[in-house]
Design a protein around this ligand. Structure first.
Ligand code: SF4
Ligand code: SF4
Length: 223
């Protein structure tokens, strides 16, 4: 039976929700009509904010991940975040629209034709979990969430995710304020910004323990 549970990386004050249903995704969000199959809901183009980059600059491994993100051809560098754009099959999407898309409850049909630059077909994410952003690490689709055996525990997962998201927002604002006081940002001085982030100690967030949940009644289908 599939499960949802919390994995903590205490030395970095970080964590993720693991959902084993993702290994054989059957959700609408995981449908792919593009060439990159079996990629779950990794149609998303991730944004790496200051809090994520702050974790990366603390180790050689993290700096290598940062280099991969910067070197990705679709990455756009903003003052205080990086946006890693990936694959989009525009022609396939336009053809799909012409033929009348299914009424599947998904408003943004581009997701069926997109893939994150870091997802590998049939394998999943190629970034180590500690360097993924919180959307990647805490997202669980509605279809899975509505098929669990302990709804009240699922609610705790949702509340803890919201609490962490508020903390992320606060941390990003604090780091931005420090950089701005030093007249630094990624666009004007990338190396200088990384150097200052390396000097700022990481704030450690303490995740509470969460009970494991079973996922029930999800039917498998090809994505
Ligand atoms: S969260 Fe849902 S849509 Fe995303 S990979 Fe897991 S099962 Fe698939
Ligand atoms: S960074 Fe990894 S987990 Fe996040 S969307 Fe890309 S492949 Fe998926």
């Amino acid at each position: 039976m599939d499960k949802i549970y919390l994995e903590r990386y205490e030395y970095l004050g970080y964590a993720r929700y693991i959902c084993t249903s993702c290994n054989h995704c059957t959700s609408k969000m995981g449908i792919s009509y593009c060439s990159i199959k079996m990629r779950g809901c990794c149609s998303y183009f991730p944004k790496f904010e200051l809090i994520d980059i702050h974790r990366m600059v603390k180790s050689v491994d993290g700096l290598q991940v940062l280099k991969r993100i910067v070197d990705n051809p679709g990455t756009v560098i903003y003052n205080y975040y990086l946006h890693a754009k990936g694959y989009f099959d525009r022609e396939g999407y336009l053809e799909y629209l012409k033929n009348g898309p299914e009424d599947d409850g998904i408003k943004d049909k581009t997701i069926f034709f997109r893939a994150c630059p870091f997802v590998k077909s049939g394998y999943g994410c190629t970034l180590p979990p500690v360097y993924r952003n919180y959307v990647c690490n805490f997202y669980i689709c509605d279809e899975v969430m509505s098929n669990v055996d302990k709804k009240e525990v699922m609610q705790q997962y949702i509340e803890e995710r919201s609490r962490y998201a508020r903390w992320v927002e606060w941390e990003n604002m604090s780091l931005e304020r420090i950089l701005s006081e030093h007249h630094l940002n990624f666009r004007c001085d990338f190396e200088g910004t990384i150097k200052l982030l390396q000097e700022i100690p990481l704030d450690i967030y303490e995740f509470p323990a969460l009970e494991e949940i079973n996922v029930i009644g999800m039917n498998e289908k090809d994505a």
